[in-house]
Design a protein around this ligand. Sequence first.
Ligand code: HEC
Ligand code: HEC
Length: 769
Amino acid sequence: MMPSPRNAGSFSAAFSLSIATGLVLAACGERANGPGDAATVDSAADLGAVDAGPERDALGPPDLGNPDSGPVELAANAGESSYAIVGEEVTLDGSGSTGAVAYRWDYGNGERQSAPSDDPVARVVYTSAGRFAATLTVLDEADRTRTDTVVVTVTEPLVWRPRQSSTVSVARDRRTAAVVVPDADLVALVDWDEDGSFRVSRRIAVSAGPRTVAIADDGTVFVACQRAGTLDVTSLDGAPTRSIALGRGTRPFGVVATSGGGFAAALGGTGELVIGDGGGVTARWPDLPDARGVAELPDGRIAVTRWRSTDDGATLTVVDPDRPDARESWSLAVDPQAGSDTEIGGVPSYLHQLLVSPDGMRAFVPSLQAATGEGLFRSGRPMTFETTVRAVVSRIDLRTGVEDFEARKQLDNHGFASAGVLSSHGDFLFVALRGTRAVERIDTFDGSSSGNLQNVGWAVEGVALSADDRFLLVDASLSRELVVYDVRDLSDLPEPVARLPTVESEPLSADVLMGKRLFNDSLDPRLSRDGYIACAHCHLDGETDNRVWDFTDRGEGLRNTISLLGRAGAGDGPIHWSGNFDEIQDFEHDIRNAFRGLGLMADADFHTGSRDSTLGDPKAGVSADLDALAAYVASLDEDPESPHRTAGGELSESAARGRSLFESAAVGCASCHAGARLTDSRFVASGMPLLHDVGTLGPGSGMRLGATLSGIDTPTLHDLWLTAPYLHDGSAATLEDVLTTRNPDDLHGTTSGLTAEQIADLVAYLLSL
Ligand code: HEC
Ligand code: HEC
């Protein structure tokens, strides 16, 4: 619950101060409480003794006499806060002080002037990066003193203006931004003028499922359209939109406008990076599984994040466009610690971005840490609402590509850090917290939290800053708003300066939109406790996180997350591997038990009849919100197109042979994987699903509803190309494994007699579904 000691660096512990530009730094992640524009030191252990800001000066101790009648009142003025580069001479100017005869500067770096002098100006060179609170003490003839503090933020030389894929992107040299609306297949353009009045200037229709947008320096706009499999190219100046077809099932996600004027895009479906220009794709790199976010590095290389991590660690791959064979792999380590209320172990996953610091020396990766080590079977510890997932930000040293593991920051009471943006000096990182509808500002020098924005809107997908760092543009995707904050002063929780509607008319029906908001939210206490768990944190966009969770404490066992796409809610019959739910409204049980939410349904309704058992009286029709959640899950009735088919959607020759085998009585798959959905899943008696023991039950398989697990509910075989690992407990890494090593006794179809080529044909068919 409290920020970890590891994250509260010694520097942050010493400071809680506001600076003259109005940026407020707080030591421990809580809202900063200083006055917006005053230079007050209020808790610095080593400075506290001389604590006296301008406001207290104004009050004046009694021995000063009446300021109106006496000589000029003694007041310290340390000048404006500023930025400097390491090794550069900084001028500290106290000449705005009044009534002083002598001045003495403490530079905030452990050094100070040896004695007071009559010169208000001091010059200092800071030899390391950091945020330094320089304190001016002024004295009058009677040796009375006043102090004032100014912050000098010292960075390494700024060599790079970051370029990373994002749902919202700001043009470099104009006051224009673009944001994608995936549900409405459009990009909204937003303009603002010098005094900060914002408006939506245009909405551009693009291909299906736009996920990220990048504005090139010449005003070209690149949009990665996931569902359509295209990269759309349009322009701020109203040029017509063109589509570059990337191929069936490519599922492009991240796109960045490179410094050379072209684009680089990550194709999640086929695991590729493509680079090109307005004319089309010029080069492709394969073998980048689950490619998601893209960033250009200062040396011209392109980094690609792997969206969902394996249990071995998170990966980013760095590709050099000039040396096609050279690639580097960077990783974020698995944290081995046991989960507690303050920190959890596990693997950072859901990597959407790499945020390169303008000094070119480090980069940050927002993510969701999935606690892969928790669970009754695995560790003896049941998973809890606060030890399952947690928002984390990792830091990589760009010179070596190595993570600074100790600097990984865990954000308390947040489940998922979905995106971020660095200030132009790289001294602050704004992190979007998707489920908790918030943005947190982190001081990158020490990792401390230094202010936040709350109640931004539903499902925060992206953030971007205006070039002058004044405005933060937040993509509250399910509020259908781009929410703008003036972030020069976070001392009082700022209210938005604008909420810009991204759509003209809502593309979803009211109940599906409501359900989608609930599915993606972890802030509503009815859904989860302390902000950690949202349905989307394991099923982002209705997909699977490709993880195996230990649900033994729920009366089940090791369970491989199931994709919801194409399943249309309860469209494939009994729900879950063990068929323990019969309607989506039964997730009320998970909400109340595992997530520790208060429940969407009123307690009295929940405890009516046998409604409070999952296969008891129906829950549909009792709670409008629960029905809305079910309506959203039911709306996921579309299977993503498989890239393992021909461009026209036909089976390859191998897959066609595989289908014949699949449908043959001798191999016998179709007896259970029957009909259009390839499953015989159904209830055979009240509360009793049809389960088959196909020889796959193992020690971690656990139970069904706390009792014996006699078999598994036949799963659909659609989308297998997207959903490795396989089987209820994830015990098959590949489809070959399902058919061979995990089927030694022919209990799961008759496969032992098949040749390697026939197995390959079957697999080709399964991948094409
Ligand atoms: C901690 C990760 C996690 C969270 C959070 C989570 N799920 Fe799941 N989901 C899983 C796993 C694992 C499975 C497979 C479990 C099983 O079969 O017993 C699953 C299966 C499902 C299925 C079954 C699909 C099918 O066809 O059988 C649905 C529907 C579903 N989840 C919906 C939800 C909803 C709605 C929420 C939020 C109320 C939610 N999930 C939250 C991990 C999660
Ligand atoms: C007796 C019924 C039955 C037959 C016959 C059968 N299956 Fe299955 N299949 C199942 C069940 C039940 C599961 C779930 C097993 C588990 O998760 O442990 C399953 C799981 C699978 C999976 C993994 C799905 C996933 O999402 O992880 C694949 C792939 C699969 N079957 C393919 C086949 C093929 C190919 C054949 C023919 C060689 C076949 N099955 C024959 C019932 C059957």
